[in-house]
Design a protein around this ligand. Structure first.
Ligand SMILES: *Cc1c(COP(=O)(O)O)cnc(C)c1O
Length: 229
């Protein structure tokens, strides 16, 4: 399979999933997850009209991003420590994995210095798993209120990585819960744009189900670029 045909196929699957549940394709953004893939492959994807990419590791991103077209929008989707916030704010447009006030404040400080409007998503540990990053669902409201009060970050929505399950259908409950949580927070006008709240959920194995449950950003790596080392 070539990159071109992979993108064509995935875009068609997204469109089909959207149509089947009565959503417009424009409401769903394909984020190409390019971790552990080289700049050359990313450039190939860019040449097929893909302009937003997700990366997980700051050092890796720092070596690739400067080599690639400025037009690309970069999302950080890995675990971020506050001491890497400066580089993250420089390199990325959207940080999807904010789960503490400390991290939000660090990002805000560096974004201000750069005079950059940085967008964030709040990572929610929707399965309340012990080892996993993300804020617990019942603490999300408080965290967002604190970030609103003490930063100028654009709080665009929520991001989740559901617990590993034996079948994609079992992720559905977590997508539903995330949508419900986001709707409740939007009702209280806690996001920056409460008419268009971003929900980053769904990966290669379960993106169709995530779309049915309201995903606005699907993060797809393997189906586009092949398996990773
Ligand atoms: C690697 C990764 C993805 C992409 O996963 P695939 O199964 O390869 O599509 C999506 N989201 C996050 C947070 C990731 O780390």
């Amino acid at each position: 399979m070539t990159i071109t045909s992979n993108f064509k196929e995935i875009r068609e699957s997204i469109q089909q999933a959207a149509t089947q549940c009565g959503r417009s394709q424009d409401s769903i953004q394909l984020l190409a997850v390019s971790k552990k893939k080289g700049s050359k492959l990313i450039k190939e994807a860019y040449d097929c009209g893909q302009f937003c990419f997700g990366e997980n590791y700051i050092q890796e991103a720092a070596s690739k991003i400067p080599e690639l077209p400025k037009k690309i929008t970069w999302h950080f989707i890995g675990h971020l420590q506050s001491n890497k916030a400066k580089l993250a704010a420089e390199l990325f447009d959207v940080i999807q994995t904010v789960d503490s006030l400390k991290l939000a404040k660090a990002l805000d400080k560096h974004a201000s210095v750069l005079d950059k409007k940085l967008s964030i998503l709040i990572q929610v540990n929707i399965g309340v798993e012990e080892q996993k990053s993300g804020i617990a669902p019942d603490e999300a409201e408080k965290l967002i209120r604190n970030i609103r009060e003490s930063t100028k970050l654009n709080i665009a929505g929520l991001m989740i990585i559901p617990p590993f399950t034996a079948s994609p259908e079992m992720s559905r409950q977590y997508f539903k819960e995330t949508k419900k949580l986001a709707d409740g927070l939007a009702q209280k006008s806690l996001f920056s744009d409460n008419e268009r709240v971003e929900l980053s959920m769904g990966m290669t194995g379960d993106f169709q189900i995530a779309i049915e449950e309201g995903a606005t950003i699907v993060r797809i790596g393997t189906a586009l670029f092949g398996t990773r080392e």
